[in-house]
Design a protein around this ligand. Structure first.
Ligand SMILES: N[C@@H]1[C@@H](O)[C@H](O)[C@@H](COP(=O)(O)O)O[C@@H]1O
Length: 252
């Protein structure tokens, strides 16, 4: 894995947006894999600025999001569809029919999961997948124990994830307990992966991912087997890493 340690969240966001922009410029009909959560918000803001001020063109781009809560309608205030609309889609020249997010309220969720996998394949696969990381090492909603060969499916959220995400809901009881999530294998199939981590609450997960064993107990560590992963983290998220991670080449 490649890694970059940056001073702060602003630099992290700029660097992540730059990698996406390079991909989009090189291949205007790229397929982007997108993530939600607090971490990529700055990246979406910077991509919006690049679109508006520097002509970065999303008109031919296709997107696939990692996951969606089960039981929330697309227009629910905390659905990931709403998040993507508010923070990215409505601000740039993406065409709506090329943005894909699993439906968490489909009547047949298994069917929805297969349909989603087929849509990714039909689009030619994901060129660059953006990931955040859960405090417990999850990627997408692939919680500890997720099989390395997993595909898009319905998953049970870990107690820690429900607690971590309760801040977005009125109470912890309102947080959905299940989600539809791309699987580990779906993510590993992306041609390039960029994982973003900010803040001390991610330091343990980052250390286990980069310095620990490759194990389904730390889903992000399964990325070690992918040939093109870049981890961009701020100093706090990197704070538990051993000194060898801090040589000049890797610090921005
Ligand atoms: N399903 C999402 C993940 O895709 C995200 O990476 C992670 C971290 O979120 P945050 O960036 O808010 O810390 O948790 C959420 O539950």
């Amino acid at each position: 894995m490649k890694w970059l340690i940056v001073e702060d969240y602003e630099k992290l966001s700029r660097e992540a947006a730059r990698l996406v922009a390079v991909q989009v410029a090189a291949k205007p009909a790229s397929v982007l894999g997108l993530a939600t959560g607090s971490t990529p918000l700055g990246m979406y803001k910077e991509l919006t600025r690049l679109n508006r001020e520097e002509g970065l063109d999303f008109s031919q781009i296709t997107t696939f999001n990692l996951d969606e809560y089960v039981g929330l309608a697309a227009d629910h205030s905390q659905s990931y569809r709403t998040y993507m609309r508010d923070h990215f889609f409505q601000h740039v020249n993406l065409s709506a029919e090329k943005t894909h997010i699993p439906s968490g309220d489909a009547s047949d969720l298994d069917e929805e999961c297969s349909r989603y996998e087929e849509a990714i394949a039909a689009a030619g696969g994901i060129d660059i997948q953006i990931l955040g990381i859960g405090g417990n090492g999850h990627i997408g909603f692939n919680e500890p124990g997720s099989p390395v060969d997993s595909r898009t499916r319905v998953v049970q959220l870990a107690a820690r994830t429900i607690e971590d995400n309760a801040r977005f809901f009125a109470s912890v009881e309102e947080v959905p307990t299940k989600a539809v999530s791309m699987g580990i294998q779906t993510i590993l199939n992306a041609r390039r992966i960029v994982l973003l981590a900010s803040g001390a609450s991610k330091a343990e997960a980052i250390q286990l991912m980069l310095e620990g064993e490759k194990t389904p107990e730390v889903p992000a560590s399964l990325l070690q087997q992918h040939p093109d992963v870049t981890v961009i983290m701020d100093r706090q998220a990197a704070s538990r890493l051993s000194s060898r991670f801090y040589d000049q080449e890797h610090v921005l």
